[in-house]
Design a protein around this ligand. Structure first.
Ligand code: HEC
Length: 139
């Protein structure tokens, strides 16, 4: 009892902290799983399971200079697609990509988290607030 009185508060704080860390870990892992599922559903058909792209038709998403240089455009590209001619890793692409309008802000965030964590671990992902704000200002 004496021990508990003395260290109870320390033990309790440690348990609370562990709980908080677990929840944060759990929610980021489940977001990644969600992102992976959404990626497979909505992007992999064209861009490939590993983000490798398809020959000269579809640009890659993994190891693509375009992605790291246009991180802040990702939300708008996903929602509204793109039709400009672009150059990715020195190769030009000019097939249009249709936007994927059924994805909600939060689902777009999950896909971006999945892409960046899997293929650009050195890049910080976009926060929920950033994704929302960017999506309100797509041109
Ligand atoms: C129907 C095929 C198709 C689907 C589905 C598709 N894309 Fe694309 N995507 C393209 C094409 C084609 C381009 C090239 C557009 C251009 O040249 O203007 C492109 C370009 C891009 C680019 C910019 C170029 C690059 O490779 O970095 C990003 C980022 C991108 N797509 C992400 C996604 C994501 C994320 C999804 C799923 C939410 C998705 N795309 C779904 C066909 C597709």
């Amino acid at each position: 009892m004496k021990f508990l009185k003395k260290y109870g508060i320390v033990i309790l704080s440690a348990m609370v902290l562990a709980g908080i860390f677990y929840l944060r870990y759990y929610s980021s892992t489940s977001r990644l799983l969600k992102g992976e599922k959404l990626y497979k559903q909505h992007c992999a058909n064209c861009h490939g399971d590993e983000g490798q792209g398809l020959k000269k038709l579809i640009p890659p998403l993994a190891g693509a200079d375009y992605v790291s240089q246009h991180k802040k455009n990702l939300p708008c590209i996903i929602r509204y697609g793109m039709k400009d001619e672009i150059t990715v890793n020195g190769q030009s692409y000019n097939q249009p990509m249709a936007g994927i309008l059924i994805l909600e802000d939060d689902q777009i965030k999950s896909i971006i988290d999945y892409m960046l964590t899997s293929w650009y671990p050195e890049e910080e992902t976009l926060s929920q607030g950033e994704v929302r704000e960017i999506l309100q200002n797509c041109q």
